[in-house]
Design a protein around this ligand. Structure first.
Ligand code: F6P
Length: 746
């Protein structure tokens, strides 16, 4: 509206001024036309009256001629008329004849012809016509016309002209504004969609209507893509990553789509103890990371219902709302028979893929029967995903090595789904991966994903190398994408993390109290030094190596005997697998041997290894973190290891030392930890000694840096980056699925 007024008013002013400027020219022109008309009219009158006039003159009826002239001048334009006879003839005129036009003065006006006179009666047209007749001597007829009507007409014309131009101005400017507005909107819409990354080509018809846009469309799109990448890097660091920022991404970038998570392990397990049903939280890094995400995003988490009371609490769709104290999302439980669980979970996933990917010197075992169960269970989960999808293009987060085949199975049913697969464990080099008899099927299954994530670039590289080596797929190492059968998969690094800030309940007990209670609980003196280890009882965690490092420390620095203990919390895990049973036995035996060695004969001394093979809940674990002097993570191979990050999060006093295996993903992010090779027992023992003797100021410096890193790269950022990438991919997909309609040479 403003724009219209700003355009219309000046245009009207200009046109009005123009109307005033041209009106004198028009005056002059119309005057000329009127004078010409009057010349002709005078001639006509002269011709018309010549005969009766001469008759009267010949009859000497001068009075009659006067009346005759007066009657003629009743015509509104003919102002006066007179006859000047030559050579003594009679001169006669109407009363209105101006005195300047007496017969004797006619010479001044030219003997004959037409002229203009500015008299006291206004402008006049004077026509002097020669009159010749055989009845009477020659004379001159003087016809005077009033030109006042010309002035009146001119005024009127000027008025109409101004009105006309004003009207014209209004019409022209309105039309111009309407046309300008319409095409401006079209341009704006085009620009906007371009800048949103939708491109001009989204609507080919619109593109055809905007041919002027086409030459710049490609350049702008390229620019937008570059800016987008840059903005992503910049924006990501500017966002304060929290549950709220995740919700915003879902709302703004993914149009409020529901998120479906699929994992083997469920976040809440209902266990029956007689009449009582207890809700258990499993010891799982995956669950630790994803649970806060689901609380933020809502949606559905599909998982194996493994608890003894799981069936008792679900509704008729096998769903249960969680967290029990404040439901925010639902778990959809998938039931597995004992055979399915044995073949798919214990067998193929944990005796095959787990050791294959961890290279922890436990041989992978591959059985055809396990593989068959693995395929069947993946298909069972695919059906659950499809039945839980409310749209044809849901966002599905597939978790871990239990579901290598699931992405492809989902895609076959829901080709428009965005499948983000995250592989929580390492990916081996192609030589190691080649051991797997179903390697091609596994790679093809995973490549059903839109995005495939690993913790480190090293694992991304290993995966791409494996694809390149074993299957017919197009690998683009610049964009890090793999194309298989027309399906494009982006391979990306997303280092997982924990929720930050940590749950206040975990930090509510003061450090001093945690310190005192921890020692009290295990019958240790108040000044006893404690290092903590928290793991599932798994051979990849390097628990045996950790114990050997403690033994070596005590050998080398006997002053620590009876003054230092390693508290090892070991959650029982995969206990029906033989390798785990062997490992469990080895761990217990080694702890006993070391304890016997250093406390033999002096039974009152605290044992160097406190082994607790039992489930601890998160609060208990955080109290141990807060009460210990150091934390030892000695994994032989680990995708990330969230214990390291949890320990850092627990130490809001900025004290405590982290001893961290170089073979964890976490070591790449936390170089301020004491980084060790867990196979190098001497080095680990030295690191333990260093940790126990590190000055408080150095502990603070290191811990502060590590806390900064974990707070910045929290789990919301991990999930947020994947969802943002998924959103970009969906936008690109929407553009690319439409025909571009551009000529080949563009
Ligand atoms: O590391 C892979 C992983 O899925 C972890 O995320 C988790 O800590 C662990 O395995 C859980 O194992 P499970 O579900 O077999 O007990």
């Amino acid at each position: 509206m403003h724009l219209s007024l700003r355009f219309i008013i000046p245009l009207m002013l200009v046109l009005t001024a123009f109307a005033y400027a041209v009106s004198p020219v028009i005056d002059r022109m119309t005057l000329r036309w009127f004078v010409r008309d009057l010349d002709i009219r005078s001639q006509l009158i002269a011709n018309a009256i010549s005969e009766p006039l001469f008759e009267q003159l010949a009859a000497g009826r001068k009075a009659k001629i006067g009346d005759f002239f007066t009657r003629i001048t009743l015509d509104e334009r003919l102002f006066a008329i007179g006859f000047c006879a030559g050579n003594d003839g009679t001169s006669v005129a109407s009363k209105s004849l101006p005195p300047e036009l007496r017969c004797k003065d006619l010479g001044r006006w030219g003997a004959e012809g037409n002229s203009l006179l500015d008299s006291k009666n206004g402008p006049l047209h004077v026509s002097v016509q020669p009159m010749v007749n055989e009845l009477y001597p020659t004379g001159r007829l003087v016809l005077v016309h009033d030109l006042g009507f010309v002035t009146r007409r001119s005024e009127e014309t000027k008025r109409y002209l101004v009105y006309g131009f004003l009207g014209l101005a209004a019409v022209v400017s309105l039309l111009t504004v309407i046309i300008a507005q319409l095409s401006w909107r079209g341009w704006l819409a085009g620009m906007r969609s371009l800048l949103r990354g939708e491109g001009l080509l989204r609507d080919p018809a619109a593109t055809m209507n905007l041919p002027e846009f086409r030459p710049i469309a490609r350049d702008i799109e390229r620019l937008v893509r570059e800016l987008e990448t840059e903005r992503r890097a910049r924006d990501e660091s500017q966002i304060t990553w929290s549950p709220e920022s995740l919700r915003t991404i879902l709302r703004a970038d993914l149009r409020g789509e529901d998120v479906i998570v699929v994992s083997n392990r469920e976040p809440y397990i209902h266990q029956r103890h007689g009449e009582r049903i207890e809700v258990q939280r499993p010891a799982s890094g995956l669950v630790t990371a994803l649970e806060p995400i689901m609380r933020a995003c809502s949606g559905t988490w599909i998982a194996h219902g493994s608890g003894s009371a799981d069936r008792d609490v679900v509704d008729r769709h096998d769903r249960v709302a969680v967290p029990p104290e404040q439901p925010a999302y639902s778990i959809r439980r998938v039931w597995l028979s004992a055979e399915e669980e044995a073949g798919y979970y214990y067998g193929f996933a944990n005796e095959g893929l787990w050791p294959l990917c961890h290279i922890a010197h436990v041989r992978p075992t591959f059985r055809a029967s396990d593989w068959a169960h693995y395929v069947a269970v993946n298909r069972k989960f695919a059906r659950a995903v499809i039945s839980e999808s409310k749209t044809k293009n849901p966002i599905i987060l597939v978790q871990d090595y239990h579901f290598a085949l699931l992405p492809k199975m989902i895609r076959e049913e829901l080709p428009q789904a965005t499948v983000i697969t995250f592989w929580h464990i390492p990916w081996p080099n192609p030589e190691s991966f080649a051991i797997c008899p179903w390697r091609d099927e596994i790679l093809a299954g995973m490549l059903g994903s839109s995005i495939l994530g690993f913790h480190t670039q090293f694992h991304c590289n290993n995966f791409v190398d494996s694809v390149d080596r074993f299957i017919e797929a197009r690998v683009d190492r610049e964009s890090f994408t793999v194309s298989l059968g027309g399906q494009l998969t982006a391979i990306r690094r997303y280092p997982i993390s924990i929720a930050w800030p940590p749950d206040p309940a975990m930090l509510s007990k003061p450090i001093e109290q945690c310190h005192a209670e921890l020692r009290q609980q295990y019958g240790l003196p108040r000044d006893h030094r404690v290092c903590i280890g928290v793991d599932r009882l798994d051979y990849t965690k390097g628990i045996l190596e950790r114990f050997r490092a403690v033994e070596r420390l005590l050998e080398q620095k006997p002053e620590w005997i009876g003054r230092f203990s390693l508290l090892q919390i070991a959650a029982p895990s995969r206990a029906s697998i033989e390798d785990y049973q062997n490992h469990d036995a080895q761990v217990r035996a080694l702890a006993t041997r070391i304890n016997d060695r250093f406390v033999r004969g002096e039974r009152k001394l605290p044992p160097p290894i406190l082994l607790k093979v039992e489930h601890h809940d998160a609060e208990q674990v955080y109290q141990c973190y807060r009460g210990a002097d150091c934390c030892f993570v000695s994994s032989l191979h680990d995708g990330m290891n969230l214990v390291a990050k949890e320990y850092v999060a627990a130490r809001d006093d900025e004290q405590g030392v982290l001893v961290l295996s170089q073979f964890t993903g976490a070591a790449r992010e936390l170089p301020e930890a004491l980084i060790v090779n867990p196979y190098d027992i001497e080095q680990c023992a030295a690191a333990l000694h260093l940790a126990l003797t590190m000055p408080a100021s150095e502990q603070r410096d290191r811990m502060r840096l590590m806390r900064g890193l974990v707070s910045e790269f929290n789990v919301y950022r991990w999930a947020g980056r994947m969802l943002l990438d998924a959103a970009t991919m969906r936008r690109r997909g929407a553009v690319l699925e439409k025909p571009a309609n551009l000529p080949a040479n563009g």
